[in-house]
Write a protein that binds this ligand. Sequence first.
Ligand code: SF4
Length: 340
Amino acid sequence: MQPAASISPHVVTWELTRACALHCRHCRAKAVRQRDRLELSLTEMGPVLDDLASYDGPPVLVFTGGDPLEREDLPEILEAAAIRELRTAMAPSVTPRLTLDVLKTWRDLKVGSVALSLDGATPKSHDGFRQSPGTFIKTMEMARAVVSQGMRLQVNTSVGTYTKEELPAIGRLVKALGVSSWEIFVVVPTGRAGLGEALTAPQIEDILRWIAEYSQTVAFRVTVVGAPQYRRVLDGTSPTSRRPPLREGRGFAFIDHQGFVYPSGYLPLKAGNVRRLGFQAIYREAPLMADLRDASLLKGPCGRCAWTLLCGGSRARAYAVTQDVFASDPGCLYAVEGVQ
Ligand code: SF4
């Protein structure tokens, strides 16, 4: 068990707003067209940024939405983070609001990387998924612009029933874009994604094996979200990894537009609110966060598995499917077939 004072996140994703002009099939945020009048204001964000900056080794802040560009005070928010020397990344929606000038502003405000979503290898599939024509072409254009401005480019891809067949073709596109990383989200049936869009455990296993092979052929980082059993797939027959991936409440946290803190954006269980309590206190002491760091609470195969400490299963998927956050991950082949 880590001493309480040393418990800190490596990445905090911050949903600045839930407003967005797109209407994507798998939207975690169930984004809406209008901004919420209860969004955290820039003034309210200041003490939270102070709190995050006071960590001994502050986390990377990923600003997301909705679409963070729906906030007209976004440059001031980025400036407030830069003044505190926080490392920042942006995850905007690709809409007409995203332009070369915007990217230049972000570069000047010390944004280190920009994540763009790519959920199809062609205009037809990507725009169909995003439910917005022209998004594929614009995504390609903005991806090249991010690289040309000297920021790191991350491509995010959701893999579910709609996208799994195109993953190899998307992988070829990603290689050609000059990315620094490719983050693959294995769909968790939450937000706008239903159970019909989630993959079965054998399908996830096949995808993870493909990702493991693909990652050997590229120089950039390939990461997986929503399927921590990727660690098991990489390890082979017995655990050899030394570090577990970031997981819900274990190196990762999410702040929503109203200031509620969650273990992840895909796990709709609130741990507290930064309007009432400091982020550090919530992350370290909220019972939900503490329980998620306690592997002895895991049930079923996830609790008995050789990879319990390195993996532990997706708590978000366990909760989405069973409403029990400590249940076994129904998306893992070991968990559903008892292979171990
Ligand atoms: S059974 Fe659970 S802990 Fe084991 S590899 Fe699968 S998801 Fe991970």
